[in-house]
Every structure is written in structure tokens, then in C-alpha cells.
Design a protein around this ligand. Structure first.
Ligand code: CA
Ligand code: CA
Length: 202
């Protein structure tokens, strides 16, 4: 132990990440150095994660959504993200295959982690998503999806579920593959995020 700050990435973790993500050894080592610069402890706390989101959405309230995303990334449930969890998360949400992205979306919506999604859980995530949409943008939403309740109802009807029914992971993924409207409804307006990121770059 002791001075582990200089620590190179262990061979075990490196091999596991290469296997699971297709990132190269060089890429992973470079990211690890950057990661350690930002997080010298080697772990991202929930508060740090929330403040990253706060920077991206200065006019909104992304805290609840950030907490849910954090939970879905924290694979071993210890309240922090280590480098491995961080890279897997990055991979699943950006370069991962559709199936992996949907598996991740399922874990995001399965708030209590019991393997099923209830209507209450959908409402919880959709409500968190709404807090990130500015009031101006909310006004532009179609009438039948312009509140968290209406949007949840619409999603639930697409899945052909009754109020107390549950959605399994298989149903969730198949449902979205069959109906792209569901994908649009369960996501935060990705176009808006992209535009905002572009603005920041220029
Ligand atoms: Ca963890
Ligand atoms: Ca659940």
C-alpha cells in the first residue's frame, strides 16, 4: 500500500477492461493517468459526480438524474466509482452496442435493482429527466408527453402494461427494439445535449 498514487493500472484490471471494451492498452493507460489527476484517490464520489453534471446543465437541476446514473454505474454498490466502473460506464453509454446501452438503460430504470421495472420507477426516472429540461424546452413538447406523468403513461401504454404490471429486462429491450418511440421517450433529449456540448467546444 503506502504511496499508491503513482500506481500503474494492475495487469488484471487492464486485461479485463481490454476484453470487455475493445479499448487499447495505450488508451486505457492514458485515461488512467488523466483519471488519477482528476481523482487522486482513484475513486469518484457521488458528490463529485453530481458536480460534473451540474457543470453541464447550469440552468437545470440534474442532481436527481446524476444520482440515478451514478447508482447504475456503481456495479459493486460501494458508493464510489473506481476506474474500472468508470471505463465500463463510458463504454456502455458511448461506444457500446445497442444491446449494452439498453441493458444499461434497464439498470437505470430498475431503481431498486430487483430485476423488474415498475410504473413508479419509470415515473421516478422520467421526473429526474424533466428536471434537466428547461421550462422553455418543456413548452415545446407534444401535449401528450409534456409532464412526467403523461410521459410515463405513454411509455407504459407502449409496453402494453397495466398499472401494477412489471417489465422484465427482456421485455424492456425487445419493446424498445420494436418501437423507436419508446427509446425517444425514455431518454433525455439527446439532441439538446449534443447541441450544448458543441456550443461549449466553440
Ligand atoms: Ca463502486
Ligand atoms: Ca425494480
Amino acid at each position: 500500500m503506502g504511496n499508491s498514487k503513482s500506481g500503474a493500472l494492475s495487469k488484471e484490471i487492464l486485461e479485463e477492461l481490454q476484453l470487455n471494451t475493445k479499448y487499447s492498452q495505450d488508451e486505457l493507460c492514458t485515461w488512467y493517468q488523466t483519471f488519477l489527476k482528476e481523482c487522486p484517490t482513484g475513486r469518484i464520489t457521488k458528490q463529485q459526480f453530481e458536480s460534473i453534471y451540474a457543470k453541464f446543465f447550469p440552468e437545470a437541476d440534474p442532481k436527481a438524474y446524476a444520482q440515478h446514473v451514478f447508482r447504475s454505474f456503481d456495479a459493486n454498490n460501494d458508493g464510489t466509482l473506481d476506474f474500472k466502473e468508470y471505463i465500463i460506464a463510458l463504454h456502455m453509454t458511448s461506444s457500446g452496442k445497442t444491446n449494452q446501452k439498453l441493458e444499461w438503460a434497464f439498470s437505470l430504470y430498475d431503481v431498486d435493482g430487483n430485476g423488474h421495472i415498475s410504473k413508479v420507477e419509470v415515473l421516478e426516472i422520467v421526473t429526474a429527466i424533466f428536471k434537466m429540461i428547461s421550462f422553455e424546452d418543456q413548452k415545446q413538447l407534444p401535449e401528450d408527453e409534456n409532464t412526467p406523468e403523461k410521459r410515463t403513461e405513454k411509455i407504459w401504454v407502449y409496453f402494453e402494461k397495466k398499472d401494477n404490471d412489471k417489465i422484465s429486462e427482456g421485455e424492456f429491450i425487445q419493446g424498445i427494439m420494436k418501437n423507436k418511440e419508446i427509446l425517444r421517450l425514455i431518454q433525455y433529449e439527446p439532441q439538446k445535449v449534443k447541441e450544448r456540448l458543441k456550443e461549449k467546444k466553440h
